[in-house]
Design a protein around this ligand. Structure first.
Ligand SMILES: Nc1nc2c(ncn2[C@@H]2O[C@H](COP(=O)(O)OP(=O)(O)OP(=O)(O)O)[C@@H](O)[C@H]2O)c(=O)[nH]1
Ligand SMILES: [Mg+2]
Length: 347
């Protein structure tokens, strides 16, 4: 899961990255691969802590989400634009976007207007890409399906609408799988504000405007939260409470990402390690096996599943079996949030 941060020059993208990952921005101009800097957020998970304790696991492996900070070239990124075009190949590779809208002293931008501008930019970028592709395959034999799909897409984009809002068939999605259309990516809006306003709610009008685009929005005070990394846990709690916040922004971001991307968590737990894994809602036991290891998916025989709720009062595999709470499931079983799974497989 890779989420890339975009937004206007100086909107506070690198400060948001620092706030979320604890990694300070690299000074100076970056080049090549270094223009995309990854940072990890470990997802805090009380269920995983419980499993670690119940099994006496030697190791705990939480879900990690990857956040990417890009280094835009000020000569390439136009004033007010959310993207440096020379970064496009890197941004197309993201699973989701985090769009930073600045509302701190010295840089106040109206949410709705900024969102409209950025959406327009994403739509135009996709339109341009689709048009170029159409031009290239215009006379190619055997490209009828792709041509028709691209025409459907360009007709939609021409109306200024994001691809997020367009129904595409499974086959069309397959055709576009390597395109990385920007206006199709799930995106979260992060309003980067001063500490005093971090705890205030997004207004109904703002939320409605955002939802119209099928997006989600939350507030954070990036500069304030970046400073938290210098304190111990107790100090952080105190600082957050002082600002009227119950949790750091990274927790709120994770919840928003999980909701917005339709993710669930499943577990593999035992004495060696207690491991949490992310999965898309609706995916199967076979998909889950593939997330763990491709060999396990290839040799899949069946899955032994117990739900976390059933495990909690029993606290051991033996008791789970005794109580008849262990289920045998096939490859098509649709995984549920909190499932603990043991895959039987042969290679
Ligand atoms: N007061 C305040 N200042 C901030 C906040 N976030 C960022 N800034 C300031 O805004 C300036 C730009 O922040 P960056 O995080 O470098 O912005 P950026 O979007 O990464 O900038 P580019 O990568 O150059 O486009 C810096 O001087 C930050 O200190 C904030 O929440 N509050
Ligand atoms: Mg930056």
């Amino acid at each position: 899961m890779k989420t890339g941060i975009i937004g206007a020059r100086g909107a506070g993208k690198s400060t948001v990255f620092h706030a979320l990952t604890g990694l300070a921005p690299i000074p100076g101009t970056a080049e090549g691969k270094n223009r995309a800097r990854p940072g990890q957020i470990k997802v805090a998970d009380p269920r995983l802590d419980f499993l670690e304790a119940a099994y006496g696991s030697k190791k705990k492996v939480p879900v990690e989400l990857t956040i990417i900070d890009f280094a835009p070239n000020p000569k390439e990124q136009k004033e007010g634009a959310a993207l440096d075009p020379s970064l496009l190949p890197l941004v197309r590779d993201m699973d989701a976007l985090l769009i930073v809208v600045p509302q701190f002293s010295g840089m106040e931008r109206d949410l709705v207007a900024t969102l409209d501008t950025i959406e327009g930019e994403l739509v135009f970028t996709d339109f341009d890409q689709a048009e170029r592709r159409l031009e290239r395959i215009k006379k190619e034999k055997g490209s009828d399906f792709e041509r028709a799909a691209l025409q459907k897409v360009t007709a939609w984009l021409e109306q200024g609408k994001a691809l997020r809002l367009l129904d595409l068939t499974a086959q069309e999605l397959q055709t576009f799988s390597s395109f990385g259309f920007l206006s199709r990516k799930p995106a979260l809006i992060a309003i980067n504000c001063e500490m005093e306003r971090a705890a205030s709610d997004v207004t109904d009008a703002e939320r409605d405007a955002v939802r119209e685009h099928h997006l989600e929005v939350f507030r954070l005070a990036a500069a304030f939260e970046a400073e938290l990394w210098e304190l111990d846990e107790a100090g952080q709690k105190e600082m957050l409470a002082g600002a009227g916040l119950s949790a750091p922004a990274r927790d709120r971001l994770i919840h928003a990402l999980y909701d917005h991307l339709g993710l669930i968590t499943f577990y593999t737990a035992g004495e060696p390690e207690a491991h949490a894994w992310p999965l898309k809602r609706g995916e199967s036991a076979l998909d889950a096996a593939g997330v763990i290891h491709s060999d396990i998916a290839r040799g899949f025989i069946r899955a032994e599943v117990v739900s976390y709720e059933d495990f909690v009062p029993l606290k051991s595999d033996a008791k789970v079996r005794e109580a008849g709470k262990l289920r045998l499931e096939g490859r098509d079983y649709v995984m549920r949030d909190g499932d603990m799974i043991h895959v039987r497989f042969k290679v």
